[in-house]
Design a binder for this molecule. Structure first.
Ligand SMILES: NC(=O)c1ccc[n+]([C@@H]2O[C@H](COP(=O)([O-])OP(=O)(O)OC[C@H]3O[C@@H](n4cnc5c(N)ncnc54)[C@H](OP(=O)(O)O)[C@@H]3O)[C@@H](O)[C@H]2O)c1
Length: 305
């Protein structure tokens, strides 16, 4: 699997991250097979969150890999915290408690990467800084990042947090590409020009923060999968045509479209299907042409000015 540097860190990571939000739907034997298949394909970066399955996903994962020191060293583990029932919470106490829970469930004594999951309106960045310092000095967390944050939110954190923020996990797929289309439609009167995220794509490129696109196959907010959907006939025709040309599946092309972006994105897949995770990993070997990338972008209904 092709690798890349995560943000400004020295951590070399596969260009595909394996999301574990849905792993609690698998029986133990299925989960073992799934993780083994991902590892065999070179995908040893796993994305978790304390809230996935109410904590159950992290436990299912640890059972599936039969976690021990050797296993732990063979993989890169990322988790997230900061979402609670009915609120977001970036308080020092909550961050520290969350990480302890994550480590206990994953049966490890450190996380490679911790992300703050979704912006807390009541964030006190001084508290985040204290939590990060404590987690770093205790060895519990090696690298830090955010998720679903815009540039000014990151700037606010950076005023207090001394560790580099290496990743920002954001919703991004062919059918959810407003961070791309607002850049193409600057200053136009159309809806695509609306800048919903403060130019987060350019900001992350400028500051070497790796964007990790989440839900790479979903349209809307978990409304469904666009591949094979009759809601996107033109897009599916185009993806199928390009997939046939490369002799790969439509799944591979959907991920290859994200990987073609020079921002060096690290898509976080969500599939629990053995064939599909392999197909996602195959995308690392495909470099779409500029024409193919724009053909897919337009086939998704995006109009160029
Ligand atoms: N930071 C955040 O706020 C945030 C939010 C959401 C998710 N995440 C992370 O991102 C990861 C990915 O999210 P996601 O699971 O929504 O991503 P996704 O990969 O877009 O969706 C996965 C789901 O779509 C199905 N699917 C994918 N391709 C399909 C196809 N061709 N045909 C039929 N079904 C297909 C999968 O079913 P099969 O299993 O059968 O393939 C699975 O149920 C999560 O695991 C999590 O780690 C982060």
């Amino acid at each position: 699997m092709r690798t890349m540097q995560l943000g400004t860190s020295s951590l070399e990571v596969p260009v595909i991250a394996v999301g574990c939000m849905r792993i609690q739907s698998l029986e133990q034997a299925e989960a073992e097979k799934f993780v083994r298949t991902a590892l065999d394909a070179g995908a040893n970066f796993f994305d978790h969150a304390d809230i996935y399955g109410g904590g159950r996903c992290e436990e299912v994962f640890a059972d599936a890999v039969h976690m021990n020191d050797d296993v732990r060293e063979s993989m890169i583990l990322q988790s997230k915290c900061g979402i609670r029932q009915g609120m977001f919470d970036f308080s020092k106490e909550h961050i520290l408690n969350s990480v302890d829970g994550i480590l206990r469930r994953l049966r490890t004594d450190y996380l490679d990467v911790l992300l703050l999951h979704r912006p807390d309106a009541l964030v006190e960045p001084e508290e985040v800084a204290e939590a990060f310092d404590q987690l770093e000095s205790s060895g519990k967390v090696r690298h830090f990042g955010v998720s679903n944050q815009n540039p000014m939110q990151i700037e606010l954190l950076k005023k207090y947090v001394k560790q580099p923020l290496v990743a920002n996990q954001l919703q991004l797929s062919i059918t959810n590409a407003t961070m791309i289309s607002s850049g193409i439609n600057v200053n136009m009167e159309n809806a695509a020009a609306v800048n919903r995220d403060g130019s987060i794509l350019d900001y992350c490129r400028l500051h070497d923060i790796t964007i990790q696109p989440w839900s790479p196959f979903q349209y809307g907010f978990f409304e469904g999968v666009f591949l094979g959907s009759e809601k996107f006939p033109e897009l599916n025709r185009k993806i199928d045509e390009i997939a046939a040309k490369y002799g790969v599946s439509n799944t591979t092309i959907a991920i290859a479209w994200l990987l073609r972006h020079p921002a060096k994105l690290q898509p976080v897949t969500g599939t629990m299907n053995l064939e599909r995770i392999q197909d996602c990993c195959r995308a690392a070997d495909i470099m779409l042409t500029r024409e193919e990338w724009y053909d897919i972008y337009r086939a998704a209904g995006n109009v160029l000015p």
